[in-house]
Design a protein around this ligand. Structure first.
Ligand SMILES: *Cc1c(COP(=O)(O)O)cnc(C)c1O
Length: 491
């Protein structure tokens, strides 16, 4: 039966099917993981590292052993991020529909190109996202996350700004320096985008924010007026719809009007906070969003997608095309025919020309699954619940003598701290409380600074996080806080 007897038998032993056999074992292990009864990965680090640390294997062990090692050593020592007790990072554990859709992508559609149902869901779900956030007529593209999503949006902005001066920056580079005007609270991916786009990180002008971290339109206006006549090309204004630090929503209409007045691209970074528009108690604060030229949202944050899904939505996708199109390539040019009689005979919507990836998973299938499963109402319920959790902690912090609210909560972020008359260095105390909390693992928030004060900062975005987790977190701050204070005063 062997047609090439000179080839050794073990030349190719990779299992290419067998999902029915292997998935149940993996699923059991993952379900066990999701009970979060296992110790934190760092507790057994020596043990699992010893097991995994082998030189490059010359011979394989076969799929069974790989699945066994995954279940024994890797999965149980995974991340705390999906744990509902974790409110540190804005990325979340994926919900099941997204996990399953992601698996379906990797098996049945390893690329987003081609006239397949997966490719179809790419555009459909981008349109759904635009509808969800009231951005009618916006078209989009998926990328790996908010950082790349911001890069793509600012690439379109750069294109427009330099084209107006008769220069194609994507083709010829920049003939003049440029400037991006962003909230002082903007995500640092905005600066990196400026670096990648040839503008340089220092081209990002930070505009002052108010005591709640919102960009001050007067400061923006003042800076733009002062910069008139400057050699640097004004490229874009970047506002936050939910800042990473404090959840601040910038006054979008005021900023949008200034952008119009100066003929500037208006970019809104809603990587984290855009779904907040669905909460009736916040939706008015998103007034003016529709004035944006580009908006980003991260489905792998509040929408619960597996990590690796960001979305850029733009008013005019042809600018993305001119910003990111590639030189013609023989291996692609012949791949599209007007009349396709095979899913392989057309590349479909040229997403590879709207962004920086050629090969990419069809992430739209994941977003479709999430939205199809729970609908607009399901997302809205989740967002409202998380926002309420931040408000609950704030209310407690305001009335509890051992807690101090450092900033009114915005969206699902609440910045507060533990206070004690017996301790002078409250920043040091709260840093210690935070460290201790991470060690104990009962509630794992992050920290940030609020006007020079170290804040305990939970950000609730996980679909598994419910009301009780907010109260458990506040309780844990009190328990750990008291313990730290008694240690300090005893010593
Ligand atoms: C998280 C975040 C980003 C970056 O997104 P990644 O998916 O982590 O690359 C950008 N902007 C804001 C406001 C964010 O919260």
């Amino acid at each position: 039966m062997t047609r090439f007897p000179e080839l050794p038998q073990y030349s190719e032993l990779a299992e290419c099917d067998g999902l029915t056999e292997w998935l149940p074992q993996l699923a059991d292990s993952l379900s066990e993981f999701l009970r979060f009864a296992h110790p934190d990965a760092i507790k057994n680090q020596v043990q699992w590292q010893n097991q995994l640390d082998i030189p490059l294997p010359s011979e394989g062990v076969g799929i069974g052993e790989v699945v066994g090692e995954l279940c024994r050593w890797v999965i149980p020592n995974g991340s705390q991020i999906p744990n509902p007790a974790s409110s540190a990072f804005i990325t979340t554990g994926a919900t099941t529909a997204g996990v399953l859709a992601g698996l379906a992508c990797s098996v049945a559609s390893p690329q987003r190109i081609g006239l397949t149902a997966f490719h179809y869901l790419e555009e459909l779900s981008l349109n759904w996202l635009a509808a969800l956030f009231g951005l009618s007529g916006f078209k989009g593209i998926y990328s790996s996350g908010g950082s790349v999503a911001n890069l793509l949006a600012l690439g379109a902005a750069r294109q427009q700004a330099y084209e107006q001066l008769g220069c194609d920056p994507a083709l010829s580079g920049l003939n003049r320096p440029g400037r991006i005007y962003a909230s002082a609270e903007c995500h640092h991916s905005v600066q990196r985008a400026a670096a990648v786009l040839g503008l340089g990180r220092s081209s990002v002008i930070k505009i002052a924010t108010d005591s709640q971290g919102r960009m001050r339109p007067q400061a923006l206006l003042g800076r733009l007026l002062a910069d008139q006549g400057n050699e640097a090309v004004p490229v874009a204004i970047v506002a936050n719809a939910g800042s990473t630090n404090h959840g601040a929503i910038d006054p979008l209409r005021d900023i949008g009007q200034i952008a119009r007045q100066f003929g500037l691209w208006f970019h809104v970074d809603g990587a984290y906070g855009l779904p907040g528009i669905l909460d009736p108690s916040y939706s008015a604060m998103f007034d003016g969003l529709e004035m944006a030229d580009s908006v980003v949202v991260d489905p792998h944050k509040w929408l619960g997608a597996p990590v690796g899904v960001g979305a850029t939505l733009v008013r005019d996708r042809s600018l993305l095309y001119r910003a990111f199109t590639q030189e013609a390539a023989d291996y692609l040019e012949g791949a599209s025919f007007d009349q396709a009689h095979s899913s392989m005979a057309s590349l479909g919507v040229p997403y590879f020309d709207y962004g920086v990836e050629l090969s990419a998973p069809p992430r739209g299938a994941v977003v479709w699954a999430l939205l199809r499963e729970v609908g607009r109402q399901g997302i809205q319920t989740r967002v409202c619940r998380h926002n309420q959790m931040a408000k609950d902690i704030a209310a407690l912090a305001e009335r509890h003598p051992e807690l101090e609210l450092l900033m009114p909560p915005s969206l699902s972020i609440c910045c507060f701290r533990y206070v004690s008359d017996a301790v002078e260095d409250l920043n040091g105390l709260n840093r210690q409380i935070h460290q201790r909390m991470l060690e104990r693992g009962k509630a794992m928030p992050s920290t940030t600074m609020v006007n020079g004060k170290l804040a305990i900062r939970p950000c609730f975005v996980g679909a598994r996080s419910h009301q009780q987790h907010a109260m458990e977190l506040a309780e844990e701050v009190l328990v750990v806080g008291r313990h730290c204070v008694s240690q300090r005063t005893a010593g």
